[in-house]
Design a protein around this ligand. Structure first.
Ligand code: NAD
Length: 249
């Protein structure tokens, strides 16, 4: 198994892509600590993993609050003895084109997606160093490189964390810490708070733009995260992996 004995922290792991990552990590033998705002979904995810014989813990965490992140990392070390892998995945979307969005929208998006991702890395780096090595896999987006309608500020937040990842890859390499990102294309999740009708419209709109001919799933993203987290990727750092059926071109 690719992640046998590894301890993995996943933010935003209570649902959606994050939960897909949590499930794949456990299938590959890892123990997972989930940090998310959603306590009910977090507890359900842990219960499902424990029923299947896996190891998982949850702590309510706001990724914009440093003390929450410190407590999340401390939970990983106190429960499982170390931290090997960090997956800063929590993120939000606020739909709108550049001129439609407000200062408040901008602050919310940058607060969670950029400051939250940066803080997650910053607060966890000491634990990865104590471990002697580590892998960080950030969830960026195809919107980091491809301008998309209604993503006027969401795309820029994802472009910012790609550059954050590359800077971190440069400076943390001496401590045997790798840092990479995945850039998913359109996937149906609760990110967009869809009604059933809106969900169908999303599928109909984006499927023809994916050369592979179908939209991806959280598991498609998780498969690449597992590779980047594992020792198989020991010479991979500073890279962005599109997981999008060719969507970003
Ligand atoms: N769904 C897509 O099409 C898509 C495409 C590319 C990238 N992404 C990215 O994937 C990641 C996961 O999104 P998703 O599609 O699974 O959506 P989602 O809304 O289902 O999951 C996001 C999770 O992050 C959590 N979260 C939000 N703000 C938080 C905070 N301040 N602190 C802690 N947790 C917080 C949410 O509670 C939720 O569980 C996000 O970074 C998103 O930008 C999604």
């Amino acid at each position: 198994m690719r992640l046998d004995g590894k301890v993995v922290v996943v933010t935003g792991g209570a649902r959606g892509i994050g939960r897909g990552i949590v499930e794949r990590v456990v299938e590959e033998g890892g123990a997972v600590v989930i940090g998310d705002l959603l306590e009910v979904e977090g507890a359900e995810t842990v219960a499902r993993i424990e029923r299947a014989g896996g190891q998982a813990s949850f702590r309510r965490t706001d990724v914009t609050v440093p003390s929450d992140l410190d407590a999340l990392v401390a939970l990983a070390e106190s429960t499982y003895g170390k931290l090997d892998v960090l997956v800063p995945n929590a993120g939000i979307a606020v739909a709108g084109d550049v001129e439609q969005l407000t200062v408040d929208d901008c602050r919310r998006l940058f607060d969670v997606n950029v400051i939250g991702t940066w803080l997650t890395c910053k607060q966890a780096l000491p634990a990865l160093r104590r471990n002697g090595a580590g892998s960080i896999v950030i969830t960026a987006s195809a919107a980091a490189t491809r301008p998309l309608p209604q993503s006027g500020l969401y795309g820029p937040t994802k472009a910012a964390i790609v550059m954050l990842m590359r800077n971190l890859a440069l400076t943390a390499a001496k401590d045997h810490i790798r840092c990479n990102a995945v850039a998913p294309g359109p996937i149906v999740t609760d990110l967009y708070h869809f009604t059933a009708e809106q969900e169908q419209a999303f599928v109909d709109r984006w499927t023809p733009q994916v050369p592979a001919g179908f939209l991806g799933t959280p598991r498609d993203v998780a498969n690449v995260v597992v590779f980047l987290a594992s020792d198989e990727a020991r010479w991979v750092t500073g890279s962005v992996y599109p997981v999008d059926g060719g969507f970003a071109g």
